[in-house]
Design a protein around this ligand. Structure first.
Ligand code: ZN
Length: 138
């Protein structure tokens, strides 16, 4: 994958807009434009690594440390009952974008796990409002 063509690299380097909820020198978290539930956030390393097989161990640990903070912020901001964390590696595991990313998915008591194939693109303005809410909890 050419990093110039990788959409997550372009988001990390601010060449493409995203509804960001958290950022530091190593990672960035932003709302999924096709959310399974409102507040569905992706956490990625800024550097291009395809998946868990090629990311350095320390960076992967750091990524998951930030994922914990993101999960807490999303849970508080969206007042949800739970959070599902999904991290897919390789086509066989349904990895869609070949840049390592962790899904932080809000869940509601009694709600069936939503399907990735049934999502649709969210309204940009609504995503920005949701991101503002989540950012307050860091
Ligand atoms: Zn990338």
């Amino acid at each position: 994958m050419n990093e110039d063509k990788c959409v997550f690299c372009r988001i990390a380097h601010k060449q493409v807009g995203a509804s960001r909820v958290y950022e530091d020198e190593k990672v960035v978290a932003f709302l999924d434009i096709r959310p399974l539930n409102e507040g569905h956030t992706l956490v990625i390393p800024k550097a291009h690594y395809e998946n868990i097989f090629d990311v350095p161990k320390e960076l992967n640990a750091y990524l998951h440390g930030v994922t914990k903070q993101v999960a807490i912020a999303v849970k508080k901001a969206m007042a949800v009952d739970g959070i599902t964390i999904i991290q897919q590696n390789g086509k066989a595991a349904n990895q869609d974008i070949p840049h390592l990313h962790v899904h932080v998915i809000p869940r509601y008591a009694g709600q069936k796990m939503p399907s990735f194939s049934e999502t649709s693109e969210a309204d940009k303005e609504k995503l920005n409002q949701t991101a503002t809410k989540i950012r307050k909890h860091f």
